[in-house]
Design a protein around this ligand. Structure first.
Ligand SMILES: NC(=O)c1ccc[n+]([C@@H]2O[C@H](COP(=O)([O-])OP(=O)(O)OC[C@H]3O[C@@H](n4cnc5c(N)ncnc54)[C@H](O)[C@@H]3O)[C@@H](O)[C@H]2O)c1
Length: 252
């Protein structure tokens, strides 16, 4: 299966680091013009450098609806189309699992802003362009925590990711008549950033061994494993697949 994106305009959020950077590089290496969006300016510059001369970086907080509308309108005006949106920005915003009584309104809201509202605002911002083209691909990155429970016990994270999976199904039906597919990748635990490194260390030897034994393939995943599934959902090969969530977790 030879997947290429020559001539396509692709938006990847949370592209300054981790999965987002790997996904951006995977699209760029297959010919796409990648627009990398993130709040981390230094990380964005590095991603753009790795993606090559066609790539562009945009400092963008996906939780800011007005900003998402503005940046997506600029990209459409400059490119003439928006073909693919990958809603990857997310994570636990530096939080750790704590008892329900200790969670402030801000702790709860911050995680929702990036993981759920951000995916909604970005989809809202690209939908008019995709409808005009009568084609588009939206791929949301959720988590095993959205299908089951969060390994770290963060209530807002499990809830926001479950909500994002619901949003995927709903938008698939709403946007399907315009030949826009909306799908979801639910990654298992991957050591992709300082937060997941800390979580890995905190598990201790026994916890790490238990985690590994619960994975059918007996290895942890890599950002490339996640990017491969995104490439498929974004490709022509997935033209009759919508509203689906695929676990990329080595098998549970
Ligand atoms: N690593 C894992 O084990 C794992 C497992 C399941 C799901 N995920 C999900 O995969 C996605 C990527 O995870 P990662 O491990 O690569 O994380 P990461 O922390 O390495 O990267 C996330 C990126 O999102 C950016 N970001 C955060 N808030 C933002 C905002 N408001 N607007 C724009 N950008 C913002 C960060 O600056 C960062 O560059 C996240 O949605 C995460 O929840 C990760």
């Amino acid at each position: 299966m030879n997947i290429t994106f020559d001539g396509k305009t692709v938006i990847v959020t949370g592209a300054a680091h981790g999965f987002g950077r790997t996904i951006a590089e995977a699209f760029a290496s297959r010919g796409a013009t990648v627009h990398a969006c993130d709040i981390n300016e230094a990380g964005l510059s590095e991603t753009v450098r790795l993606c090559g001369s066609k790539a562009r970086g945009h400092v963008l907080d996906v939780g800011n609806r007005a900003a998402t509308q503005m940046v997506m309108a600029e990209i459409e005006a400059a490119s003439g189309s928006i073909d693919v949106l990958v809603n990857n920005a997310g994570g636990v915003r530096g939080q750790v699992g704590r008892p329900i009584e200790e969670i402030s309104e801000e702790d709860w809201q911050t995680i929702f802003d990036v993981n759920l509202s951000g995916a909604f605002f970005m989809a809202q911002a690209v939908a008019p362009a995709m409808k005009r083209q009568k084609s588009g691909r939206i791929v949301n990155i959720s988590s095993g925590a959205g299908l089951g429970i969060s390994l770290t016990g963060i209530q807002a994270y499990a809830s926001a990711k479950a909500g994002q999976i619901g949003l995927t199904r709903q938008l698939a039906h709403e946007l399907g008549p315009w030949n826009i597919t909306v799908n979801n990748v639910a990654p298992g635990f991957v050591r992709s950033n300082p937060t997941t490194e800390r979580q890995w260390e905190a598990m201790g030897k026994d916890g790490q061994e238990r985690l590994m034994q619960n994975i059918a393939l007996k290895r942890l995943g890599k950002p490339d494993d996640i990017a491969s599934m995104v490439m498929f959902f974004a490709s022509d090969y997935a033209g009759w697949i919508s509203g689906q969530v695929i676990s990329v977790d080595g098998g549970k």
